[in-house]
Design a protein. Structure first.
Length: 284
């Protein structure tokens, strides 16, 4: 089995495989130049990283190459060409990770949801979308892919399909959502299985939902000027979940493939705590 076939077996996309094949050649060419073969060591991997640094490669690029080398080593193990992965314990220090910002407290989001529900000039679809953002922490892309069959009203559950970037999950529906969803599903026939449609436009369902979300936030900012976008709500919801659940539970609820994605929100929790202490410190 070739390295390409190994990556295909691991369900990588064609574009990812193409990139991996290009970049692993940096490593194999370096091995050849250093007169090394597939029995390279942990020290050799470190030397390769030093060489990359000398070639003025940035830390994110070196980290990406290190990830590819790990996959390459796993392939060598499967091919019985070695029995260990010397790149597994190598970590790049000093990588800058973008942390969630502008976190809104969950109580504030729930109050916003209640206020939005009593608005007369708001389509029911927008109210449903806001509920999915606040109570399930969905992305707009996940809302677009929702089908009527994914709503399990009898069980009080909603199924979220996985993608190449996210894992599938089965989440609880909140009591505040149930009546609205029941009414909506009783009154609508769903074309192609899609859950959310907008009757007064002929645009595709994808464009409909994106337009609905855009207009919804114009309305929401009239109720709360701190609201920015759907990602801000998702970040706030995940941060809230981490205050009540363990890391692995929240990883599942958020659909994160890697626990490191969830850990970013733990750092956000600490920043929130520091801000609250600064605001309410008795010496202030």
């Amino acid at each position: 089995m070739s390295f390409t076939e190994y990556l295909q077996q691991k369900k990588f996309t064609a574009s990812t495989i193409k990139g991996y094949i290009i970049y692993i050649k940096w490593f194999t060419d370096w091995l050849e130049k250093e007169q090394l073969d597939h029995s390279f060591t942990y020290t050799d991997v470190l030397e390769f990283m030093r060489w990359l640094n000398g070639e003025s490669c940035s830390k994110p690029i070196i980290n990406n190459l290190l990830c590819i080398v790990r996959h390459y080593c796993n392939w060598l193990i499967e091919e019985h060409k070695r029995n260990d992965n010397p790149a597994a314990g190598v970590v790049i220090k000093g990588l800058v990770r973008k942390l969630p910002s502008h976190i809104v407290h969950f109580e504030e989001l729930e109050e916003l949801y209640k206020q939005y529900q009593i608005q007369i000039n708001v389509h029911r679809e927008r109210k449903i979308i806001l509920g999915l953002l606040i109570y399930q922490g969905l992305t707009v892309d996940e809302i677009i892919r929702l089908e009527a069959g994914h709503i399990k009203l009898k069980e009080g559950k909603i199924f979220i399909k996985g993608t190449k970037r996210t894992n599938e999950r089965l989440l609880n529906l909140h009591a505040n959502q149930m009546i609205l969803l029941q009414q909506y599903m009783n009154e609508n026939k769903f074309k192609d299985g899609s859950l959310l449609t907008v009757k007064e436009t002929t645009a595709t369902n994808t464009r409909n939902i994106i337009a609905q979300v855009k207009y919804m936030f114009i309305q929401l900012r009239q109720l709360n000027t701190r609201l920015i976008n759907a990602q801000q709500i998702r970040s706030s919801v995940i941060t809230h979940w981490l205050r009540q659940n363990n890391l692995r539970q929240v990883q599942y609820m958020a659909g994160h493939k890697y626990v490191s994605s969830t850990e970013r929100y733990q750092l956000s929790n600490l920043d929130d705590l520091k801000n609250e202490l600064q605001q309410h410190h008795p010496m202030k």
